[in-house]
Design a protein around this ligand. Structure first.
Ligand code: FES
Length: 109
């Protein structure tokens, strides 16, 4: 039904949050809400936008607006523990399952 994305800086302090939208990358959504994310290639290649997923791994779509070029570390349930803001987003089914979801991301820079 809805997905709330909370953003922390590299020290763990929350610096912003937003309601996620389908068909947009995490980077696009953060920019729409004036949350500064370091980025360069916008193509999933340079890793400048890499961040940690602290909560909500199950909601992350690794190929939302582009292909992931590399394999990322997975937890025991095969969920990614890190994301690339520029090409990853929220799974479409998270917007239609009548549940509230929370994703917490921690910037590395
Ligand atoms: S901006 Fe280069 S991988 Fe995201």
């Amino acid at each position: 039904m809805s997905v709330l994305v909370k953003i922390q800086d590299s020290t763990g302090t929350e610096v912003g949050s937003f309601e996620a939208e389908d068909e947009k990358s995490l980077c696009e959504m953060a920019a729409m809400h004036w949350i500064d994310i370091m980025k360069s290639c916008w193509a999933g290649f340079c890793w400048v936008c890499l961040c940690d997923v602290l909560e909500g791994w199950e909601a992350i779509d690794e190929n939302k607006v582009g292909a992931s070029w590399f394999n990322f570390e997975k937890d025991k349930n095969w969920n990614s523990t890190q994301v690339l803001w520029c090409v990853w987003g929220i799974k479409s089914e998270m917007f239609s399952d009548n549940q509230e979801h929370v994703v917490v991301l921690k910037k590395m820079y």
